[in-house]
Design a protein around this ligand. Structure first.
Ligand code: ACM
Length: 258
């Protein structure tokens, strides 16, 4: 499977300009699975629920249309973040889109910091998608700090994790090596770069998007501070084998009984 990430540099509130940057980064790129950052077209640092609601969309509006365009051009299934609305609730969500079809949205379960003031925590169960025979799961950014997210998806048969992010703390890139090792899965973390100084907050996003293997190896790692794209070939079948030697099987030896 050819997988990878887009690491972009969104300008707050400028969806069309942010679509254009991603479009230009993906010229002549082909792949099977491409992951874009959390909230890749809106920016991250909202100052009120009203402001976040202004850029919110139903699951099949302009961000979905843009991801369909990207999916057509690259041949890939595409995962990327947006603000999803349903009634008077808004969620920090990611779309999974293939060709002309929105497959689903994932709604971030674990909200970070002031996200709790505007977003409703995810209310849909964790789920693995069959993408042309490959088992793909989704979590968003701070979900990394709750190892049960990745474990739950892995126990459902996930081979490849799509992980849109807007990371501001320095720990996730290394922690994802452990998430991959303990579950023997591949993970694609798509982070953004740039700075947002809004309200009382001044965030510098840490870039360093990456693809980590079931063996904990870093297959691809982006710079900290510039937009970039990386597509690599992985052998997702390796994620089916949970044995690390002839005695130890990481899934069979779990002790939920105790
Ligand atoms: C985060 O969850 N965006 C830090």
């Amino acid at each position: 499977m050819k997988v990878g990430y887009v690491q972009n540099s969104p300008i707050f509130g400028e969806k069309q300009n942010n679509f254009e940057e991603v479009r230009s980064l993906l010229v002549r790129v082909t792949a099977d699975l491409i992951v874009l950052p959390e909230l890749f077209a809106t920016g991250y640092t909202f100052v009120s629920k009203e402001e976040a609601t202004e850029v919110a969309e139903l699951q099949d509006e302009i961000t979905a249309d843009f991801l369909k365009e990207i999916s057509h051009k690259t041949g890939a299934t595409v995962v990327g973040g947006f603000v999803e609305k349903e009634g008077n609730k808004i969620f920090n969500s990611s779309l999974i889109v293939s060709g002309n079809k929105v497959i689903d949205t994932y709604r971030k379960l674990h909200l970070f910091y002031k996200e709790k003031k505007w977003f409703t925590p995810g209310d849909k169960p964790l789920k693995v998608y069959d993408i042309n025979g490959v088992q793909v799961g989704i979590m968003i950014c701070f979900d990394w700090m709750f190892p049960e997210v990745c474990r739950t998806l892995s126990l459902q048969g996930m081979q490849v994790l799509a992980h849109p992010a807007n990371l501001v703390m320095p720990y996730c890139q290394s922690a994802m090596v452990t998430r991959c090792l303990e579950n023997r899965i591949f993970a694609i973390t798509a982070n953004r770069v740039g700075q947002e100084n809004r309200g009382d907050d001044d965030f510098t996003f840490t870039g360093g998007s990456q693809v980590i293997g079931y063996d904990g190896k870093v297959y691809s790692s982006a710079p900290k501070d510039i937009s970039s794209v990386s597509i690599i070939e992985i052998d997702e079948i390796q994620a089916n084998n949970k044995k690390i030697n002839e005695f130890n099987d990481l899934f069979e030896e779990r002790r939920p009984d105790l």
